[in-house]
Design a protein around this ligand. Sequence first.
Ligand code: CO
Length: 493
Amino acid sequence: MKPITFNNTVLRDGHQSLAATRMTTAQMLPATASLDALGFGVLETWGGATIDSCLRYLEENPFDRLDQLKAATPRTPHMMLLRGQNIVQYMSFPDDVVEAFVRCAARHGMDIFRVFDALNDARNLRTAIRTVKAAGKHAQGAICYTTSPVHTPAKLAALADELVEMECDSICIKDMAGLLTPRITYDLVKAIKSRHSLPVIVHSHETAGLALASYLAGIDAGADAVDTSIVPFANGTGQPDTLRMQAAMTGHPRAPQYDTKALLELRKYFEGVAKELTKFMSPANDRVDSDALSYQVPGGMLSNFRTQLVEMKMATRFDEVMAEVPLVREALGWIPLVTPTSQIVGTQAMLNVKFGRWKNLAQATVDIALGKYGRPPGPVNSELQALALKQSGQALVTGRPADLLPPRMPKLREELAAKGLPVSDENAVLFAMFPRETEAFYLPKPAAPAPAAAAQATITPVPVAAPVVGGKVSRYALTVNQRRYEATVEALN
Ligand code: CO
């Protein structure tokens, strides 16, 4: 029997799930020689939130990152996560922008495009998959796994038929919320394998502690590869750790043979990177969180929710809002909860609790009810749909949503030129998705301040103006190079 293949996600989903996507190219490069030598099936290195993060937080050109990573790992195929017609954003783009993006990524060396749609609407995958194939690259169609009365294993497996019909080269069962169970994984893989001969890959998250067991079951059902990562960018809300997964397969006829010593060294290296990213990492992400199962919502959505409820002064109504979530989801045709639909359903649930059910509709709720995101898996509630039609004054979208979007590439090139930005397809597609961030990237950066020859710092305690009840306050005045800063330190008992 063929040993199972491990893909490695540490350079994309690993740090996206556990460190807010903040790993820089400079932090990745020292690990690339070893990652490349280990013989993983693929390295997931790009797409998802990494492109947004490069531009928004890291002052990196995402295409430069891809070039550098490709040059550093020539042996292993690279994979990216692509949100179909949304590319790597939250809204739909015209076909010509999707095509230009795929061609650019292919030209920069991307090998495998894992394409998914939040609604599992195959029409939203078609343009991306067709362009990947035309570029001579590997198209992997993804089925988003979720639980609902309309998401039967048979129906999910039927999506595989559509992916095969679109000439996908492989199929991924994508479990973004970690809701897959071993038995369901087994049945899904078997169902797809019994109908099609192409490779099946299982992707899950350890959020609820089920991913490793689900992988084992998927492997027994004939899965060809599973996605793993490397601690500390593994387990918890990320993929199972490679070493842990390999250990779990000891004695299995398909046990793989990845170099344990090299993996331990990589782990040590990434522990150093994690120290640099501490402020983006939270122990809550490492915890096995059965809340994700009882509420049937992704773990990340729960923490967002708590913050949003506090902001809306509704912190005491958490249970009511949680009870409203499945109702909103059902009314919107049981859409899977994955970005951006998780945010949309959560927000509408809060509005329903605060103002009364359907009394205040968010624009995105209206858009989903009208079919602007695609065809929801089940029927949309007729009362909600009538309200959405009335509020928007628009008609239902029954065709493919992108058919309503006029081409944008010529206009994007003009906009780049008008702003004095370098005109290229790469910049046009980045500008389409992240206009402000792309523009800011090309703005001349203020020169770094020259290091002070000799910084003179003095710290003087100053009298505290008013005592704080039940606490201690210390106030310091700090003088650096003749400039005075004041700092207050509070310690409440
Ligand atoms: Co994932």
